[in-house]
Design a protein around this ligand. Structure first.
Ligand code: SAH
Length: 464
């Protein structure tokens, strides 16, 4: 981090801008939001600057600045759009020891002005060390969208109300109180005026003082196949609120980072380095935290698909701990999306089988005869170590060895990789990156399928 962000107090201070053209205007738009006195030095100033001077928003001096003009300023801007003139200002800045910014010259500048989202008193500053202004603009747009306009006035009202809120015990209850204010009744009552908001705040304090401590709760949340954008909104909001997050190995870091900084994050990945968690240990952990905290149990994909969800729900029901289930996008759905085909199709397959290659006993047994039927489509999870076995069983029961098989590794993740093959080639074909992979039996990717259809059509034409 070469540039360290700080918020400067601009009360009773001076900011000097040298230049009066377009470049200066862009900076002045921001600087005029501050409480500083703004002095502009420009032998020739554009109409906006003249107008601001007219309105008394800044002091305009129709000449170049001297060292005396900038002595004591907290910031100095060189915004001439002219290298030689800006260089002169840079020299003044050094001489007077005032932090100086040369517009569009990062190397010669002492600081940078970030992109700003202004919901005063909430201010969000976004910096990319000058390297990606496009990115900064995009982030700014997103932040603006996620911070309601009402946030500014609400924050000001909330700040004044803070002493009253101290009657609510600190920690989760106090956070809940403020969260309801900012995102629920605050925005709703603001249109009725400040007094209405204050009344609502007092009523909420009374309610929070009276109510029992919120009991623990476990949210079972499907984290989806890996791409954080494929989380549901509900999942995102619940993760934000959690006290404790207990997650499987499949859940990527980017999703875990949605949790609050104070949240306790516990990995219960069943393999890999570190201690391995048994299902009993996980169950005990859920009961321990679920008794008093807001717990998010994060599982890859959808918790209800090969996620041992039922077992964990049973344990909580037994312990009389409340829970809810939030579904997620399962790997098969993400894999089908990756190859541009649907999992069912009129005239092709009216059923989809969802299978696992492994179960508690080892290789999972299935109704191979039924699976070997021509129109079968199946999504096979955890198939890697069982690939030979599955292939052998299917062929033994008469499956067509040219049945299309598609393996999608790391569906929806940056290292997503697709292997399109046939049943016959399967055992030798599943070289691919590390990470989870799902096998789609009876489905070819759209481009391969299109080529196949084409060659079938040309064969038919040749036959005619
Ligand atoms: N509950 C999960 C499945 C857990 S079982 C879900 O609904 O997706 C673990 C298996 O899921 C892996 O062995 C793999 O077969 C599959 N899987 C999970 N995430 C995947 C991904 N991003 N890409 C491909 N397969 C995935």
């Amino acid at each position: 981090m070469r540039h360290f962000p700080v918020f400067l107090d601009t009360r009773e201070s001076l900011i000097v801008v040298c230049g009066g053209g377009a470049c200066a205007v862009a900076k002045l738009r921001l600087l005029l939001k501050t409480e500083a006195q703004v002095d502009v030095f420009a032998p020739e100033a554009g109409p906006e600057v003249e107008a601001w001077a007219e309105e008394g928003q800044l002091n305009l001096f129709r000449r170049d600045a001297t060292i005396n003009d900038i002595a004591g300023a907290i910031l100095l801007y060189a915004a001439h759009d002219d290298e030689a003139q800006d260089h002169e200002v840079r020299r003044l800045g050094w001489a007077a020891n005032v932090p100086t910014l040369i517009v569009d010259n990062l190397e010669a500048s002492d600081f940078i002005t970030p992109a700003i989202v202004d919901r005063s008193p909430v201010t969000v500053a976004i910096g990319t060390e000058g390297s990606a202004p496009v990115l900064a603009r995009k982030i700014k747009a997103e932040v603006e969208e996620s911070l309601p306009d009402a946030l500014g006035p609400l924050t000001a009202l909330g700040r004044d109300f803070r002493p009253h809120a101290e009657r609510i015990p600190q920690g989760r209850r106090r956070r809940d109180f403020w969260s309801e204010f900012y995102f629920d009744y605050g925005p709703k009552t603001l249109p009725f005026g400040e007094e209405a908001v204050n009344d609502a705040l007092h009523a909420a304090v009374a309610r929070f003082e009276r109510d029992e401590e919120r009991p623990g709760h476990v949210h079972f949340v499907g984290a989806g196949p890996g791409d954080p954008d494929l989380l549901t909104l509900k999942a995102r909001n619940i993760i934000h609120e959690a006290d404790v997050v207990i997650h499987d190995g499949l859940v990527p870091q980017a999703i875990l980072e949605l949790a609050r900084r104070e949240a306790t994050i516990i990995s219960v990945a069943k393999s890999g380095f570190g201690p391995s968690w048994s299902q009993d240990d996980i169950n005990a952990l859920l009961v321990e935290h679920g008794a008093s905290a807001q717990v998010v149990r994060l599982k890859g994909g959808d918790g209800g698909v090969f996620g041992r969800l039922d077992e964990e729900l049973d344990v909580l029901a037994e312990a009389e701990i409340s829970f809810s289930v939030i579904p997620g996008i399962t790997a098969a759905a993400a894999a089908a999306a990756a190859i541009g085909v649907s999992l069912t199709r009129r005239g092709r397959n009216s059923a989809l089988q969802v299978l696992t290659g492994r179960d508690l006993e080892g290789f999972a047994d299935h109704d191979w005869e039924k699976l070997a039927q021509p129109d079968t489509v199946a999504a096979i999870y955890m198939f890697r170590s069982a690939a030979h076995f599955i292939c052998g069983r299917l062929l033994m029961h008469g499956a067509d060895e040219t049945t299309p098989v598609t393996i999608v590794f790391n569906a929806s993740r940056p290292d997503q990789h697709v292997v399109a093959t046939t049943l016959r080639e399967l055992p030798s074909a599943f070289e691919g990156p590390k990470g989870p992979a799902v096998l789609l039996f009876g489905i070819a990717p759209r481009d391969v399928a299109a080529r196949g259809a084409h060659s079938q059509r040309s064969a038919a034409l040749q036959g005619a």
